[in-house]
Design a protein around this ligand. Structure first.
Ligand SMILES: C[S@@+](CC[C@H](N)C(=O)[O-])C[C@H]1O[C@@H](n2cnc3c(N)ncnc32)[C@H](O)[C@@H]1O
Length: 291
């Protein structure tokens, strides 16, 4: 399936990383390779890119897209939480590292793994199919208090109790197997929080974060990443919800190895949001490795 994914805040990423010819960069979330391609172009003719991506299909597509830069990049099918250790083991220090968190259009629309509440797909939500647990396992196995806790912790969902109750009741009749089934159960239990938002938005966010251990991965990455940056090297993180952004802000502020370059996060322009609605909630922060 052909899916386009427009890279978010592209100019701001290149500026934040201060990309230059000959620089060595890391893209921790290669996805379909939009940012990676721009990094390779901007660092031509001899810049180098290490890319990390969990999802096998995305990685294969990115590899094809980047093939014109053959010899200037190396891709790993690995968790970005492990990127600092992998690079350190090889003695590599870099000029810039990018993380573009969240979902790609490919995972949402083309993976068939139940990331979207608008589709009838198996309720899986694993970004890496080697992960042990699917969203359906959580939804069908967690106790009522565990479901409430999950929805509160990873979704900041104010209607967690009502939604958990509806899930427990529905699964008594029949195991919940698909994204559309779950979306329907939530939509019948609670109203949308805001106009234009699906009532299951935060439920889906919470499940995705739990299945992929997204916050743990981000924390581990933020602890290790400064160590592989050269002095003056830049770290750029784009987050899409406040749980992530809070972690990034705190890590940047409290890490003595880093100097924060963005007091406030950089947001997309109205023009960008009009062109690419996925950019709507993006927040970009930049830090620099001290000497
Ligand atoms: C928003 S997309 C990146 C899009 C990319 N910047 C582009 O322009 O095409 C995020 C990607 O990160 C991947 N991802 C999320 N968590 C990851 C992790 N812990 N390790 C490696 N890849 C991860 C997802 O599979 C997804 O493809």
């Amino acid at each position: 399936m052909e899916v386009r994914h427009e890279p978010v805040l592209l100019e701001e990423v290149l500026e934040g990383l201060s990309v230059r010819p000959g620089g060595i960069y890391v893209d921790g979330t290669v996805g379909l390779g939009g940012h990676s391609e721009a990094l390779l172009r901007a660092s031509a003719p001899d810049g180098f890119l290490y890319g990390f991506e969990w999802d096998e299909d995305s990685l294969r597509r990115a590899e094809r897209r980047l093939s014109v830069f053959s010899g200037r990049f190396k891709l790993f099918r690995a968790n970005f939480a492990e990127a600092p250790e992998i690079l350190a083991r090889e003695g590599i220090r870099v000029d810039g590292i990018l993380l573009d968190l969240g979902l790609s259009s490919f995972l949402l629309e083309g993976s068939g793994r139940g990331f979207s509440f608008l589709r009838e797909e198996p309720l899986d939500m694993r970004m890496d199919t080697r992960l042990p647990m699917r969203a359906a396992d959580l939804v069908n196995r967690l106790s009522y208090p565990q479901l409430v806790d999950l929805l509160r912790t990873y979704g900041e969902e104010p209607r967690a109790a009502a939604i958990a109750r509806a899930i427990v009741e529905a699964r008594r009749r029949k195991r919940i197997e698909t994204s559309a089934e779950l979306a329907g159960i939530v939509a019948r239990a609670v109203r949308p929080r805001k106009r234009g938002e699906h009532p299951a938005t935060l439920t889906f966010q919470a499940l995705r974060i739990a299945v992929n251990r997204e916050l743990e991965n981000l924390k581990r990455f933020l602890t290790g990443a400064p160590e592989v940056l050269k002095p003056g090297g830049r770290l750029v993180v784009i987050s899409f919800h406040s749980l992530e952004d809070r972690l990034v802000k705190k890590a940047f502020r409290e890490d003595a190895r880093l100097k924060v370059l963005t007091k406030k996060p950089i947001r997309p322009s109205e023009e960008e949001v009009r062109r690419n609605p996925r950019a709507r909630s993006a927040r970009l922060r930049v830090a620099e490795r001290c000497a």
